[in-house]
Write a protein that binds this ligand. Structure first.
Ligand code: ATP
Length: 254
């Protein structure tokens, strides 16, 4: 049922002091599907995202994305290979414009080393193409009118949209979203959900962390449940939400 996974995780562990924040024995993420990663606070969901995308290093383990072994690979190289992520608290750069933030998403250098002044030199002839791609995405995400505004002027929900749009600049195969709905004004919730569904319609694979079970039921094809660093259950949303272990580990805690 899960042949051809886009991502396969084996024996990945991450300890903080005495805590096993992540202790995942085996996990496969199905290609071309929307998978929700759920679990109580502190279950290790964000830590797992950080490990898989090269923003943190595991104590042990390996994982393969689309045929590439990724342990030890730097985050910007992970993005270049087609696996991108967003953050629970967005990492949109407030002192850059919306358009400049978008161009950062196409950079093949670590973001921290870039400044707006460097753009021209770094990209040379590619700049036109990158800007054109950014314009198309900004229009799709209804941020085109804000292209020259500082990102700091955006609302929380607009920052989430910008971060998602920026992630797409890398032309990813797998998009990992950490609590995309958190802190989003209800007026933008439906639009965010539609964007997530569109990613799948456009052939991408989505893995997202979410606390709202209504959202999970509505858009996820597959659900993975984590508790205390481990994967405790997985399956289609309707099955997982009937599972007693899940209710104990997660739903019961809310
Ligand atoms: P939430 O739903 O609240 O975002 P989560 O499932 O994403 O939670 P993590 O943030 O990954 O969980 O945290 C897993 C465990 O690791 C928690 O016990 C947390 O306190 C611990 N932890 C995470 N990052 C660090 C860190 N940098 N230093 C120490 N402990 C950490």
């Amino acid at each position: 049922r899960k042949r051809d996974p886009i991502l396969t995780v084996r024996h990945v562990t991450r300890r903080f002091g005495g805590i096993n924040a992540v202790d995942v024995d085996f996990l496969e993420i199905p290609r071309h599907k929307i998978t929700a990663l759920i679990g109580p606070n502190g279950a290790g969901k964000t830590t797992l995202f950080n490990l898989l995308t090269g923003f943190d290093q595991p104590n042990s383990g390996e994982w393969t994305f689309d045929g590439h072994p990724l342990a030890g690979v730097a985050s910007y190289k992970v993005a270049r290979l087609g696996m991108v992520r967003t953050f629970q608290l967005t990492k949109v750069m407030g002192k850059l414009t919306v358009l400049e933030n978008m161009r950062l998403g196409a950079a093949d250098q670590p973001g921290e080393r870039l400044s707006a002044a460097l753009f021209k030199n770094l990209w040379g002839r590619r700049e036109k193409e990158i800007t054109a791609q950014a314009e198309v995405l900004l229009e799709k995400f209804k941020l085109d009118a804000k292209r020259n505004d500082y990102a700091a002027s955006l609302s929380g929900g607009q920052r989430k949209l910008l971060e998602m749009a920026r992630a797409l600049m890398a032309r990813p195969k797998l998009v990992m979203l950490d609590e995309p709905m958190a802190g989003v004004n209800p007026a933008l919730t439906q639009s965010l959900l539609d964007h997530i569904k569109n990613l799948k319609a456009e052939g991408m694979t989505v893995l997202f962390v979410e606390h709202d079970m209504q959202v999970v039921r509505h858009i996820a094809d597959w659900v993975v449940v984590m508790a205390e660093g481990k994967v405790v259950a997985e399956g289609p949303p309707a099955d997982v939400m009937k599972d007693q272990a899940v209710i104990d580990a997660y739903l019961g805690a809310h």
